[in-house]
Design a protein around this ligand. Structure first.
Ligand code: TYD
Length: 214
């Protein structure tokens, strides 16, 4: 019997410096070693419109934007990312790992930025259609540890989002934990204070069990 290969969408979320991209890369390598084709992508970005909006949004020129405008811009970039890359990859039966997705907007614009959770949710429902994550991996880390890690990483240029206060990052962390609590069937919460190798192992172990890939 032939069982059609089903593409899966896995999102990685967490505060800046939590190690999302490292965990996503580890997961991609692990899946590829199991014969699964994986597209690794990120938001904001992933396609040319998204990269252009990324520069606009992360640049100082973005300061002072109305929170709902900001949410609409992120959602517009996301829509194009879904249309150009995510939906076609899933339709081909391959997996997509995305570094930040809808939950970033729910937290940064909706819960913390002042646009409101229900408005941001509505905009994003429209933007992504049925391209919802099968699993969202939340890399949970205290903001002071994240800031210490970022300060040690001299390759990293601080965007306007990174430069905010500890309280801001704490509110983002709490926002993510709230979303995870509200949708425990979708979230995998990993303690990102562990060394990177252990974080990666915890992520692939949880995904392997979830999708019976062990
Ligand atoms: P990036 O450099 O990708 O962040 P990271 O520190 O995770 O590597 O910058 C992304 C910034 O954009 C980050 O501060 C979160 C913010 N953002 C939103 O506010 N809303 C969104 O929907 C997304 C995708 C990102």
């Amino acid at each position: 019997m032939h069982i059609a290969h089903k593409g899966r969408l896995i999102a990685f979320e967490g505060i800046e410096g939590a190690g999302k991209s490292t965990a996503a890369q580890t997961t991609a390598a692990w899946l590829r070693a199991r014969g699964i084709e994986v597209v690794l992508t990120r938001e904001p970005g992933g396609v040319s419109l998204g990269e252009a909006l990324r520069r606009l949004l992360l640049d100082h020129r973005g300061e002072g934007l109305d929170p709902l405008t900001e949410a609409l811009l992120f959602a517009a970039a996301r829509r194009q990312h879904v249309a150009e890359k995510i939906a076609p990859t899933l339709a081909a039966g391959n997996w997509v790992l995305v570094d930040r997705y809808v939950d970033s907007s729910l937290v940064y614009q909706g819960l913390v930025g002042g646009a409101g959770l229900s408005a941001v949710r509505a905009i994003n429902d429209l933007a992504v259609g049925d391209c919802r994550p099968d699993v969202t991996v939340l890399l949970d880390l205290s903001p002071d540890m994240a800031l210490r890690r970022m300060a040690a990483d001299r390759k990293r240029t601080l965007s306007r989002f990174d430069r905010r206060s500890l309280e801001f990052h704490q509110a983002v962390r709490e926002g993510y934990l709230r979303l995870a609590q509200e949708a425990p069937e979708r979230f995998i919460v990993v303690d990102a204070a562990q060394p990177a190798a252990e974080v990666g192992a915890a992520v692939v172990d949880a995904l392997g069990r979830r999708f019976a890939l062990m």
